[in-house]
Design a protein around this ligand. Structure first.
Ligand code: THU
Length: 125
């Protein structure tokens, strides 16, 4: 699948974010090795620590559908060029695709990283 399309899905779902406290919306779209896609947005809570990031929300949807092999994820925020995933999300994604691509948007360009570049030495049991 074209990563431009993946990013368009991430942009679309970012409009659904529930982010009244930070006002920082994020959308993510995961592509699995079987070619399916799963979107997620961040949703915050008045007990701030309970906030769920867009990436982990998308990962949960994929896992709930039986998908455990992630090929790529596109991440988008209207508030930030190159919206890098936080450390917690990198570790969660690492569990399901050490070799996955992480696609970020800068101005009108897409930048693709390997998850390993962003999280070298991710933890494994
Ligand atoms: N956020 C994400 O959705 N993904 C990240 O990787 C970093 C942060 C969200 C969480 C919170 O709702 C808002 O962005 C500000 O931290």
């Amino acid at each position: 699948m074209d990563y431009k399309v993946l990013m368009e899905e991430a942009e679309k779902v970012s409009t659904k974010a529930y982010a009244p406290y930070s006002n920082f919306s994020v959308g993510a779209c995961i592509l699995t090795s079987s070619g399916k896609t799963y979107t997620g947005c961040n949703f915050e809570n008045s007990s701030f620590g309970l906030t769920i990031c867009a990436e982990r929300n998308a990962a949960g949807s994929a896992i709930a559908d039986g998908e455990r092999n992630f090929k790529a994820i596109a991440i988008y925020s209207p508030k930030r060029d190159l919206c890098y995933p936080c450390g917690a999300c990198l570790q969660v994604l690492h569990e399901f695709g050490e070799d996955m691509d992480v696609i970020l948007k800068s101005e009108q360009e897409l930048k693709t990283y390997k998850l390993k570049e962003l999280l070298p030495g991710g933890f494994r049991l």
